[in-house]
Design a protein around this ligand. Structure first.
Ligand SMILES: Cc1cc2nc3c(=O)[nH]c(=O)nc-3n(C[C@H](O)[C@H](O)[C@H](O)COP(=O)(O)OP(=O)(O)OC[C@H]3O[C@@H](n4cnc5c(N)ncnc54)[C@H](O)[C@@H]3O)c2cc1C
Length: 432
């Protein structure tokens, strides 16, 4: 289940890859070539920091190059929950970090070299809810509180964008957009190389030791172990890190989510998705879908801590879901299906900042745990972490509010699965 539509439409590999040599040195070693690690690398290189990134596979081969391609404001955790556990100022600060992430991504997508990221503006969140007044009220409050640019859309107007009798209203998220995430990642890697960064692919971090105040990392490349020495190390391994990240592994869970892409369609697609926007719904693990070039429908669905679908069963589940919302599309065929891992802490917020792995160490950092909402939050968090590492600010401290939470060990995935099933059941009764 590994080949994605993005892999088959990737525009170009970035140039300038380097071969790892033994005993390289740098100031900052970043582990993980997803959006978190790469945007941190970009921000550090912009400030002339001698930073190096290593990636176990290829740039964007984790969640960052295989996701739904939606860039939206906000966090994986709902703002209403954040409001209950943080002060209003703290929530506003977090929302600003998330909004800065959206703006940064949009600006990048619109710059030279990112043409194949193929930005398409506008995402609509569709509501399966009878409490339309509450949706309208909430949007008004959020726009005021966070200076957002979201528009409530009643059912009549929503039908001009998307035709499904399951939705009661929608919210047009004007600042949000969709894009080709893998092409974006390749373009960003090229940008980093232009700034003089070193990126090493097929290099797996395996462990590190401290010696005379320096970090000595062991890295496996082409079945050989290489040593790299740095002042600081940052773990940006998303939902793909394993035992090598030691204690940190106990504080998040890899949660899977799934995407299917249909075969090219005819006019029937435009008869239900009338405008080329991205669409999502308001359930906790709802659907997110959009039209891809070539008139294909990309359909994102579900989360699971334990499920492992076969290709054919995932195709069936996705077809069934599409025809539930759009009976007109009941005969469509699915061409691609794939899954990806996201790192989730039980509070749904990321771990960003100085960390502790085994022993207290201020030169060891993490930037991970963005869950299903990383395309704005990862670069937003990378900017504040870079500022902190450069001695330019301590906005990152707002993340200290989310303390480490044990993931439940061996039974953690089953607890998470039960929680998800409960939310699914709640969604069913709330919206049936
Ligand atoms: C199917 C799917 C759909 C999604 N849709 C959306 C969406 O539409 N919008 C949105 O905002 N978010 C979405 N997300 C979530 C988003 O993709 C993630 O939050 C984000 O990509 C996380 O970025 P990251 O850099 O933390 O992790 P990743 O992109 O997973 O990167 C981590 C990298 O670390 C590398 N690595 C791990 N261990 C090592 C090691 N030991 N040595 C070297 N390298 C290592 C991995 O190979 C990987 O490339 C989706 C996720 C998935 C899986």
């Amino acid at each position: 289940m590994n080949s994605t539509w993005y892999d088959d439409t990737v525009y170009s590999e970035f140039k300038g890859k380097r071969e790892l040599k033994n005993n390289c040195t740098c100031d900052v070693l970043i582990v993980g070539g997803g959006l978190a690690g790469l945007s941190l690398l970009y921000n550090l290189k912009k400030n002339n920091v001698d930073a190096v990134l290593i990636e176990e596979k290829q740039i964007g081969s984790g969640a960052s190059g295989r996701n739904g391609g939606f860039c939206l404001s906000g966090w994986a955790q709902d703002y209403e929950v954040l409001m209950k556990c943080l002060s209003k100022e703290e929530v506003v600060k977090l929302e600003q970090i998330a909004a800065t992430g959206v703006q940064w991504m949009k600006k990048k997508c619109m710059s030279k070299g990112y043409e194949h990221a193929n930005l398409q503006p506008g995402v609509i969140k569709c509501f399966l809810s009878n409490n339309v007044e509450k949706v309208e009220r909430d949007i008004f409050t959020q726009n005021q509180l966070f200076s957002q640019n979201e528009e409530f859309i009643n059912k009549g107007k929503l039908n001009k964008y998307v035709c499904s009798d399951k939705y009661s209203c929608g919210v047009l998220r004007k600042d949000s957009f969709q894009f080709h995430p893998l092409n974006f990642m390749k373009a960003l890697a090229q940008d980093c190389i232009t700034l003089g960064a070193s990126i090493f692919e097929n290099c797996k971090f395996v462990n590190y030791q401290r010696n005379s105040g320096k970090i000595h990392a062991s890295i496996v490349h082409n079945n050989r172990v290489f040593n790299m020495q740095s002042e600081k190390i940052v773990f940006a391994t998303g939902g793909y890190g394993g035992k090598e990240i030691n204690e940190l592994k106990n504080y998040w869970l890899p949660i899977k989510t799934f995407i299917g892409v249909t075969k090219p369609m005819g006019d029937e697609l435009q008869s239900v998705l009338k405008k080329p926007l991205g669409f999502s719904d308001n359930r906790r693990a709802g659907n997110y879908y959009r039209v891809l070039p070539g008139n294909r429908l990309s359909w994102g669905r579900g989360i699971s801590a334990v499920a492992n679908y076969s290709r054919s069963s995932l195709k069936k589940v996705i077809s069934k879901e599409i025809s539930y919302f759009f009976p007109e599309l009941k005969n469509i065929e699915i061409d691609y299906v794939w899954s990806g891992n996201m790192a989730y802490a039980s509070h749904y917020m990321p771990y960003v900042g100085a960390t502790r792995i085994g022993h207290e160490d201020k030169n060891v950092f993490t930037i991970m745990g963005f869950g299903g909402h990383g395309m704005n939050t990862a670069p937003g968090a990378a900017m504040v972490l870079a500022d902190f590492m450069l001695g330019k600010g301590n906005n990152y401290q707002v993340f200290n509010k989310f303390s480490r939470k044990w993931n439940g060990g061996l039974i953690g995935p089953y607890i998470a699965e039960l929680k998800y099933k409960y939310l699914q059941m709640k969604d069913y009764f709330d919206f049936a």
